[in-house]
Structure formats: structure tokens, C-alpha cells
Design a protein around this ligand. Structure first.
Ligand SMILES: [Zn+2]
Length: 506
């Protein structure tokens, strides 16, 4: 494919990517709710849109990439009842809600940096945009698509549906939901209809995060922040809205409705918020959904350290990135130790190939052209570009890189004898390989330093285990010898209730 096509969830088909105002591209991605450590699902969504961002930048677009931080309004129960996720965690950790948000935002950034993601241009926080959210709620009320009950404001889905189509993104047939028995709900909730959602919630007396509003003290609903912050930084209609498939309904459906309700008096601004809605698929564990209640929700930190009962070993951040890129973003991705170990091996092979490629010096050698080799290298960049243009098919790009490795190995071995491809073809190929590896896929060579750390960690674990066994057998001579000799290397051991830690003594 010569031109970039993307799968648009809104139209349910692949479409040519044509930005509204080239060369500018506005992209908004739903970021994390910062009340816990990031897990594999967060990594997949962030990496998916990191690839989109990198590729658009490489195509010469000027991209404004906005990814929000949800630090208020996301309730434990998606039905607009129950505690706020951030506040609940604050109570558990005995912290201010803002401390919780900052702590997990820092952890999220640390993990994403480790996987070599480019940081977005703007990371707006919901709590930093309360006045704008109040204004938007007022506008929706004025336009007749919301109602106030007892200090809370709800979006009136049936009213909106009379004029627009609620459910157009998710493909849910709202007629059916709307025809559902309204009477069942009476008295159970403030909402007039089960499909309605909160724009503003009245704060109960013990709710910590609260702001003044025309409806009394309260806090914004979860969906309104994304409509408001994307409008503020990208305008009422922009190019790409991204997120995980789990956000498609109700979150993104609600965003579209809010945006159209806000802009209905200016039809030219009504474009369902974004032109292209992109969604990455979910990650499963051995075929199962992942979740805290299932005991298989592994944080990225745990992947990086190997510190989780379900993990056979630690996996480096770049191996996790590579594993995610080995599948197309719209396919489900199943992880297991076997799958991750296979990725680790493959990534190592790719790194070795890259090292060999960089070590090849084609200059001044006799050229004996091998047609097949030449062809493989010459078509490399066009092939990779065609795969990326086909809705960012990183899986095929990676497969194509592996196709080129045997040629690289042959050339590496043949150095000093004959060189089987034209030198110019080779130089262009090397440049192209770097572009794909570093710029498009955002991979990094695993450094030798990183590998050494891994080896030292492994060796220390062996030594600590031997010492523990010696102590158990009351072999004090051996356990003291181990401690003293490590101490001579400035390595100090510290026995804790959870085992023995080690660190370098300054
Ligand atoms: Zn969002």
C-alpha cells in the first residue's frame, strides 16, 4: 500500500488516512486512571499509539499528541455509583488522593520510559480542567441533552437519541435498550433511564475530592474530561482518537454524544469528536481475561523484576515491547511464559543481527552480485512501509526483518572475500533497517550493560541461596566466608523477614 490506511471503528472499515488540516494531525488517547501500577493492558494501548505517533512523525506530519491522566471521577462501579478509584486507594494507603495520583503517574511514566515510548506533547489531568468541565456540562444542559437531579447532572440518552444516533460507535442497538422497562428502575436511581450517564456527581459528605459548581459541591463524571480536554487542545473536531477496545462502550460512545451535544448549534463542528477512532485489542493470559480478582493481573514492574508467582523469570521492558509488537494491534494477544520466552529469544536474534549488520564493512571488496540477496535488501523498505501503511501491521514488519537476517549473516561471514550485493544497495538497506528498528518500532539495542546486570542478579541469587542452605545446615564457616568475601567486593548482604537483599556498599 502506497498510502496509510487505518481501521476506523466508527465506520467499521479500513479508510485512507487523510488529516483534516495537513500537515497537522491531532491525536487524543485515553490514558491511565492513576490509582495502581500499570499492567500489560496499559502497555499495549500506550505502545500501539506510540507506533502511530512515531510513524506519523516519520511521514512528516506535525502531530499534537494528547494523552490524559484520569485522577478524578472514575468510579469503582461503572454504573456511576460507588467510590472513586483514586479516593479508595488513598484511603487504603492513607494518603491524599493527589499523592496517590502523583505516585501512580510517576510509576506509569517510569514504566513507559523503560519501554522506550515517546512522551506525548500534552498530558492533561482531569483535576486541572474542572472549570472547563463545568462549562461543558452547562452547555449540554442549555442544549437540552441533560437534566439535574439533587445536585447531580445526567446526560439524557433517549433525548439525544431522538436527534442523533447513540450507539453508532459501538454498534449497540439502543432502540432495544431504550424500549427496556423503564419502570424497573424507578426509585432505584436518580437516572431517568439506565443508559443515562453522569456528567456531574454531587459529593457525599465524606467525599474528599470536591469542587463548587452551579449544582453544589461535587465532582465531574468520568466521560466528560476526555471530551473537554480534547476540545481544549485539539479543537471540537480532530483527527485520531485512540484507546483500548474496553473503552469503546460506554466511555467513547459517551464522548461522541457529549461532543455532539456541545456542538449541535454549530453543525460544522459536529463530527463525532474525531474523524478516526482507533482501538487496540485486549491481552489475555493463557486464554483467560486478566483481572485483579482472577489473580493474574501482573504489573509491568513485576514483569521487569520477575517478582510474581505466575512468572518463570524477569522480562526486560524491551522484550515486553517487542512481544506486543509481534501481534497486530487489533488482534487479541495471549501471553504466557512460553510466549514471552519465545519473544525474548527472537529479540535476541534480532539484536545479534543488528550488531552484525553494523559490523559489516562493504568498502573496497570485490563485488559479486547475488540477485536473490540484492532483491531481498532492495525491497526491504518498501515492503515494511506497505505493512505499516496497512493499518500499522507491525507483526508483518517484524517478520520481514527476520526475512532479511540470513542475508545479513551471509554478508557478515563473506566479508574480506567477496561481497554479494552492490555496496550502495547495502548502505541503503542498513539505513532502512535502522529506520524501521529504531524510528518506526521504537526498539533499542539491548545493551551489554543490561545483560551484565541480569547475569550479576542471577549469580547473586545463586550465592544467596547457597548461603541460606549453609546456615540451615549450621555451616557457619561457609556462610561467614560467603559474607566476608562479598564484603571484600563491597557487596553487603542484609537479612530481612522476606529473605536476603544485597546492595553495593558505597
Ligand atoms: Zn477517555
Amino acid at each position: 500500500m502506497d498510502k496509510l490506511s487505518v481501521y476506523n471503528s466508527l465506520t467499521r472499515k479500513k479508510e485512507l488516512f487523510e488529516p483534516l488540516n495537513p500537515p497537522f494531525v491531532g491525536m487524543y488517547v485515553c490514558g491511565p486512571t492513576v490509582y495502581g501500577n500499570a499492567h500489560l493492558g496499559h502497555a499495549r494501548s500506550a505502545i500501539t499509539f506510540d507506533i502511530v505517533y512515531r510513524y506519523l512523525l516519520d511521514q512528516g506530519y506535525k502531530v499534537r499528541y494528547v494523552r490524559n491522566i484520569t485522577d478524578v471521577g472514575h468510579l469503582v462501579n461503572d454504573a456511576d455509583e460507588g467510590e472513586s478509584k483514586v479516593e479508595k486507594q488513598a484511603r487504603l494507603e492513607q494518603l491524599e488522593p493527589m499523592e496517590v495520583a502523583q505516585r501512580y503517574y510517576n510509576a506509569y511514566t517510569r514504566d513507559m520510559d523503560a519501554m522506550n515510548l515517546l512522551r506525548p506533547g500534552i498530558e492533561p489531568r482531569a483535576t486541572g480542567h474542572i472549570p472547563e468541565q463545568i462549562e461543558a456540562v452547562q452547555k449540554i444542559l442549555e442544549h437540552g441533552f441533560a437534566y439535574e437531579v439533587n445536585g447531580s447532572v445526567y446526560f439524557d440518552v433517549p433525548k439525544y437519541h431522538e436527534k442523533f444516533q447513540y450507539g453508532k460507535l459501538s454498534g449497540r442497538d439502543l432502540e432495544q435498550i431504550l424500549a427496556g422497562s423503564r419502570s424497573d428502575l424507578e426509585g432505584l436511581s436518580e437516572k431517568r433511564h439506565p443508559a443515562d450517564f453522569a456528567l456531574w456527581k454531587k459529593a457525599s459528605p465524606n467525599h474528599i475530592m470536591r469542587w463548587n459548581s452551579p449544582w453544589g459541591e461535587g465532582f465531574p463524571g468520568w466521560h466528560i474530561e476526555c471530551t473537554v480536554m480534547s476540545t481544549k487542545y485539539l479543537g471540537p473536531k480532530y483527527d485520531i482518537h485512540g484507546g483500548g477496545m474496553d473503552l469503546l462502550f460506554p466511555h467513547h460512545e459517551a464522548e461522541i454524544a457529549q461532543s455532539n451535544a456541545c456542538n449541535c448549534h454549530q453543525p460544522e463542528n459536529m463530527q463525532d469528536e474525531a474523524k478516526y477512532w482507533l482501538h487496540n485489542n485486549m491481552i489475555t493470559y493463557e486464554g483467560q481475561k486478566m483481572g485483579k480478582s482472577l489473580g493474574n493481573a501482573i504489573s509491568l514492574e513485576e514483569f521487569f523484576s520477575g517478582n510474581h508467582p505466575l512468572l518463570a523469570q524477569a522480562y526486560s521492558p524491551l522484550v515486553i515491547r517487542f512481544f506486543i509488537l509481534q501481534a497486530h494491534y487489533r488482534s487479541t494477544l495471549d501471553f504466557s511464559n512460553t510466549a514471552l520466552q519465545a519473544s525474548e529469544k527472537a529479540y535476541k536474534r534480532l539484536n545479534e543481527g543488528l550488531k552484525r549488520l553494523d559490523g559489516i564493512q562493504p568498502e573496497g571488496k570485490v563485488v559479486a552480485v547475488n540477485e536473490a540477496f540484492e532483491q531481498n535488501l532492495r525491497t526491504f523498505l518498501d515492503d515494511c512501509r506497505a505493512y505499516m501503511n496497512d493499518d500499522f501491521n507491525t507483526a508483518r514488519v517484524i517478520a520481514r526483518m527476520f526475512d532479511a537476517l540470513p542475508v545479513v549473516n551471509q554478508l557478515y561471514k563473506a566479508q574480506g572475500k567477496t561481497f554479494a550485493v552492490e555496496q550502495e544497495t547495502f548502505r541503503q538497506f542498513r539505513q532502512a533497517f535502522h529506520k524501521v528498528f529504531y524510528d518506526w518500532l521504537g526498539l533499542k539495542a539491548e545493551t551489554e550493560e543490561g545483560q551484565q546486570h541480569e547475569v550479576i542478579d542471577g549469580l547473586m541469587k545463586i550465592i544467596i541461596d547457597i548461603r541460606a542452605e549453609a546456615r540451615k545446615a549450621k555451616n557457619w564457616a561457609l556462610s561467614d566466608k560467603i559474607r566476608d568475601e562479598l564484603s571484600a567486593l563491597n557487596i553487603k548482604l542484609e537479612d530481612t523477614p522476606n529473605g536476603t537483599d544485597w546492595y553495593y556498599e558505597k
